[in-house]
Design a protein around this ligand. Structure first.
Ligand SMILES: [Zn+2]
Length: 165
């Protein structure tokens, strides 16, 4: 560990967000570390057991305890915080979702499903998930979606307009 790193210590259990910003440039300070002007292209090897991370004092998220303190399912959930959950939440945040809003999420993959969680966390009252997969529809409803729209294209637009008035 470099001597300038003070927020974490050797042996800490951390999540490494895949966006890998420097924390000091204008993009990072504005919250868009994926567009960091210092680390264009970022590092590779995320979601691996070991990774060389060059902005350790800024981007690492410390998790209490050690991996052995958590179940395998919890460890998998932590992995989402390094990637798809951060992306889904960022989408909801970028869309300026606020308390009482109605949100439509197009796409029921991992990021879309995490977008449901992000919208719910930001206070969306109605969350419409565009989804054609029954298993993902169930997850979306479990995560906070209030409506499912399976139609696509013009039919999907018409259904959303019907639901939202
Ligand atoms: Zn930066």
């Amino acid at each position: 560990m470099g001597s300038a790193v003070t927020n974490v210590q050797k042996g800490d259990f951390v999540i490494v967000p895949f966006t890998n910003g420097c924390g000091h440039c204008a993009a990072c300070k504005a919250g868009f570390d994926g567009d960091c002007s210092t680390f264009k292209g970022g590092a590779v090897g995320f979601q691996a057991e070991y990774l060389r991370y060059v902005s350790g004092d800024w981007g690492l998220v410390k998790i209490p305890g050690q991996p052995s303190d958590y179940s395998a399912d919890m460890l998998k959930s932590f992995t989402t915080l390094a990637d798809v959950m951060a992306t889904g939440y960022h989408a909801a945040k970028s869309a300026e979702v606020k308390i009482g809003d109605t949100v439509v999420i197009v796409g029921d993959g991992a990021v879309g499903l995490c977008g449901v969680i992000g919208a719910k966390l930001l206070g969306a009252e109605r969350i419409i998930m565009m989804s054609r997969h029954e298993d993902r529809q169930k997850l979306a409803l479990e995560f906070g979606a209030t409506d499912i729209v399976a139609e696509r294209g013009e039919a999907g637009i018409a259904k959303v307009l019907e639901l939202t008035g």
